[in-house]
Design a protein around this ligand. Sequence first.
Ligand code: ADP
Ligand code: MG
Length: 244
Amino acid sequence: MNEVVLQLENVHKSFGGTEVLRGIDLTVHAHDVVALIGASGSGKSTLLRTVNLLERLDDGQIWLRGVDISTPTTKVDAVRARIGVVFQQFNLFPHLSVLDNVTIASRRVLGVNRTLAEQRAVELLDRVGLADKARDYPDRLSGGQQQRVAIVRAIATDPELLLLDEITSALDPMLVGEVLDLVRRLKADGTTIVMATHEMAFARDVADHVVFLDAGVIAEQGPPATMFTAPTTERAKEFLDRFL
Ligand code: ADP
Ligand code: MG
């Protein structure tokens, strides 16, 4: 078994009086793709946001490579620099070129000089077939291209973990494939990924581990072969029946 990159223990999160995460235990090993599935409102985004410290947990602990990142003294920016995130809505900076979008974190957070950061960015863009877009602004790109740039931006700092939150949900169906293909390539490169997704066929094909979230608890988890063909809980069966 590969080393543990991320570990959650008994993570709780409430908004107002509503408990949205109700005791999440989760282990993510290096190079694994973990698919987070579950109905809308089950807590997938909150879970990812909690890992990235965009939400403060109310109880429990989160370790990134063995270091507790859920303490009050955790340096949030330092942790975020080690975790890449892509959200559903294209979140590129509209006033920055593709190249600046991709390099800004390396330059500002890691202090990499512009020439080096740009070399690396162009390399990455080239690998995803977008090198010719480096000088363009995001509004000139298709949704699929924007989302691929967002992924390139997220990996430009060589994060230890990549969080993807329904990154194809806002795309035209025609553009979904090119984004999923990129995720497939990241997996082939050994990237450790936790992805909330409604793309069940993709999860089944690419994920090493599937986690079914139901009303803030992990109702069931396991390898895709088991989860998708022989779920053991009624809730997972009901949920998957709507997709399969
Ligand atoms: P999912 O991503 O699985 O659709 P979310 O994590 O977005 O689920 O939401 C889980 C629940 O938490 C929902 O009921 C949602 O309305 C609620 N929620 C999420 N974020 C907030 C917030 N900032 N304030 C209040 N309620 C929230
Ligand atoms: Mg969500």
